[in-house]
Design a protein around this ligand. Sequence first.
Ligand SMILES: [Zn+2]
Length: 298
Amino acid sequence: MPELPEVQTVVNDLNEKIKGDVVVDFWSEWSKAIKNKSLKNFQKEIVDRKVLGVRRTGKNIFIDLSGGKTLYIHLKMTGHLLVKRATLPASQAGRKVKSEEEKYFSDRVNQYIRHSWVLQDKKGETKKLDFSDVRKFAKIVLDDTDKINELKEIKALGIDALDLKFTFQKFQEILARKPKGLIGIILMDQSLVAGIGNIYRSEILFSAGILPERRIEKITLDERKKLYTSIGTILKKAVKLRGTSDSDYRDTSGAPGSFQKVLKVYRKDKQECQKCGTMIQRKTLGQRSVFFCPECQK
Ligand SMILES: [Zn+2]
């Protein structure tokens, strides 16, 4: 599932590629993804609206539109958004060699287009925002911005892991609420800190040298400081590398991220730890696999 770095990459891309564009049409073959209205009403309400900007909290994407509306998207397991020019420039027509972009778009994971927004930019050029989602778990909600903010699942979100207000002091306060909690579960709890999922909890805990099953109350002040620093360092590095594409995640050009090349423990079970040579282990924690080095992590 896309986590904070993947979603931030998508948000950055969308702000660069579709901000200021106007929605001229919408198509869907899977209207069940649209949560609060019929496909017909969704179409009617989104057409003619301008994209004012794109933002996120945790793993949730918000596309703010003119007229006080917001399009809320959760990518869930396999969803990803692709921005395509409707037509190739005339000079490129008839070429035999595919562009990098075309190669990426023809990749299997980018072929499951369930929804598509047709957009027009200031120059009158047409683009498409395609939503590929093989598993069809993604969620789309269009409503007034304040109503989106009031949604149960949005109100329940904790502070974003890269929010400037997420200070060490704030982190301490959050940990103090769950003294008996296991750190490997606490890190993934979106109601406490939003944005960290299965991939990054393993990487953050390895970086901090802390075992996933440590109880919060047993984690020392020095370890907490290290953990807090690791959250920022790992997530920022992953944003810089445009996320992890270990399965379906792709950016808006259809291209994979690069963080999978620098993973230290995630899905590395039965491989030697790069730091100490011990075998990396896997356990199930919070219904998902967690990966760790029993030597480097205490
Ligand atoms: Zn190790």
